[in-house]
Design a protein around this ligand. Structure first.
Ligand SMILES: [Zn+2]
Length: 250
């Protein structure tokens, strides 16, 4: 058992309240930091996914463009052949040769039409993919910006809170030395029970400052005289009369 000097109940309550204030500040820092790293990592996951999708689409667009170029090259080739065959037509020696060349020219014209049709189809595909890519790139840009901002925010918090946390930890240690072990044990136990980490609360407008249940008038009087430590009968938190804090707040 730590040696604790003789304290009045009021002293004990003040010490408990002081410890609660310090611990609540540490909780606030924990909450601040606790959410940002998750937000940053969620954003980074999303960014990775968007990058993968945009890379895939870029490859798709490039493939379709390659296909279009191929068709254009085929058209050029057919056009070249047509020019060649038409020149040969000027020097045909017989009907058979004429028919063969005319047939070849027709065939090349059909090839051109087929390529043009394929180009039209591929162009629609390419534009659709490009549109999807643009949407993803825009999203990627905005998410990256969000992630950068949050990273800056987080590093600022860490930078700022490192010192504050160290300071609060020292203060908490010091404050704990003023409180006897039995009380500390129940304080820690109640703090762990509640998500907001409040184990010591003030009475506000006749209600518990922790669970907001009504406190019987007789109990409020007892809390006020501070002859013993009184816990809320609903939530178990230590109840304090705001009056004892006056002159002790910063
Ligand atoms: Zn309560």
């Amino acid at each position: 058992m730590a040696a604790v000097k003789e304290q009045s109940i009021a002293d004990k309550l003040r010490a408990l309240h002081a410890l609660q204030q310090i611990d609540s500040k540490m909780d606030e820092i924990g909450i601040l930091k606790g959410e940002l790293p998750i937000e940053v990592s969620d954003l980074e996951d999303e960014i990775t996914g968007l990058k993968t999708r945009s890379k895939k689409l870029e490859i798709n667009v490039a493939d379709v463009e390659h296909e279009i170029n191929q068709h254009n090259a085929n058209i050029k080739e057919s056009e070249g052949l047509i020019v060649k065959y038409e020149k040969q037509l000027d020097n045909v020696k017989n009907n058979r040769e004429f028919d063969a060349l005319t047939k070849e020219i027709e065939l090349q014209k059909l090839e051109i039409q087929l390529s043009q049709k394929k180009i039209r189809e591929a162009t629609v595909t390419r534009d659709t993919k490009k549109e999807a890519l643009d949407t993803i790139l825009a999203k990627l840009g905005s998410r990256s910006k969000d992630a950068d901002n949050k990273k800056v925010e987080l590093s600022k918090i860490i930078e700022k809170t490192e010192k504050e946390e160290a300071k609060l930890l020292k203060e908490s240690d010091k404050a704990r030395k003023e409180i006897d072990e039995r009380l500390l044990t129940s304080y820690d136990k109640i703090r762990k029970t509640y998500r907001n980490g409040l184990a010591v609360v003030t009475v506000a407008r006749g209600a518990c400052g922790g669970c907001f249940n009504r406190i019987p008038p007789q109990l409020i009087i007892e809390i006020g005289v501070m002859k013993k430590i009184i816990a809320c009968e609903h939530c178990g938190r230590v109840l304090i009369d705001e009056a004892i804090l006056e002159g002790h707040e910063a």
